[in-house]
Ligand binder design. Structure first.
Ligand code: ADP
Ligand code: MG
Length: 273
């Protein structure tokens, strides 16, 4: 070893102290190569830092995925767009990049009867947005309403809502199952109003707006909530037969479906104001 060599033990300690685990793991191998191949010092430093940054980004996305509560199996790759011809794959792929709609806090609404893939599609968008660097929370609507109600009871509602601000997107699954008795304290409305034009929501519901009267305490609040949600929104009406039922009957009759999607008619409504 040359007399200019640095104490390896101290190097490890410093990298640990600075929380640079990737550099701590890689430097011995990189340093050896660098010595052997006569790298410039900047090349060695640059290579180590780039690995540290790449690993850090990967860990960050893993953390976001873990906190999202998204079902890991419900992704765009496992979603068959051929089953919902009114949902344009191209449109969904554009939403999956996030950029423009998340920045203005716009809403995506997925309507349709049970089993048509609303939760799956919502989840799939969530995964894609996490891959793109955004933070997403998937929750059943009734569950988040319960949590926010508990927060309100202990006078913590504002801070609970503020904590949810870290999510670029909250997916409220099954809005129409949130019951009126739950809604009495209107926390769902407060969540919608709080995020309006700032932070996005994706909502799945078995019933379109006409069936939402049971979700909010009074008709005035229902109208006010819908008004905010549709202001900047994309609505997909997924009025097809249940995927489970169709795949079950496909298996029985041995029919094969060809999954094609990009050439289908656009069935989404985009509203901006
Ligand atoms: P919904 O939320 O509309 O009630 P789900 O998203 O829970 O329906 O879908 C029911 C089941 O069918 C899930 O296992 C889901 O993964 C599957 N499924 C539904 N639609 C599709 C689709 N287009 N491609 C692949 N799987 C689908
Ligand atoms: Mg569902």
């Amino acid at each position: 070893m040359s007399t200019l060599a640095y104490d390896a033990g101290r190097l490890a300690l410093m990298l640990n102290e600075l929380r640079l685990p990737t550099m701590a793991r890689l430097w011995p191998e990189f340093a050896q190569r660098s010595d052997k191949e006569g790298w410039q010092a900047t090349r060695l430093l640059g290579a180590l830092l780039e690995h540290e940054l790449a690993e850090r980004a990967k860990r960050r996305i893993e953390r976001h995925r873990a906190e999202s509560h998204l079902d890991p199996t419900k992704t765009l790759a496992t979603f068959d767009f051929g089953m919902v011809p009114m949902v344009s794959k191209a449109h969904v792929m554009a939403l999956a990049t996030g950029d423009s709609w998340l920045e203005k806090g716009a809403t995506v609404l997925l309507f349709g009867p049970p089993g048509v893939g609303k939760s799956h599609l919502g989840c799939a968008l969530g995964h894609a947005l996490i891959d793109a660097g955004y933070r997403v929370l998937f929750t059943r609507t009734s569950e988040i309403v319960q949590k926010l109600q508990a927060a309100r009871q202990s006078l913590q509602l504002p801070s609970a809502l503020a904590k949810l601000d870290r999510f670029d997107l909250i997916i409220l699954d099954d809005l129409s199952y949130a019951r009126k008795d739950q809604a009495e304290t209107s926390v769902l409305f407060e969540l919608i109003a709080e995020r309006y034009e700032r932070r996005s929501l994706l909502i799945t519901a078995n019933q379109p707006f006409s069936g939402w009267n049971d979700v909010f305490p009074d008709p005035g609040m229902t109208v006010a909530a819908i008004d905010r949600l549709v202001h900047h929104s994309t609505i997909f009406e997924m009025n097809v037969e249940s995927y489970r039922r169709r795949t079950a009957s496909d298996k029985q009759t041995g029919r094969r479906r060809q999954s094609s999607s990009d050439n289908h008619q656009e069935g989404a409504t985009t509203m901006t104001g």
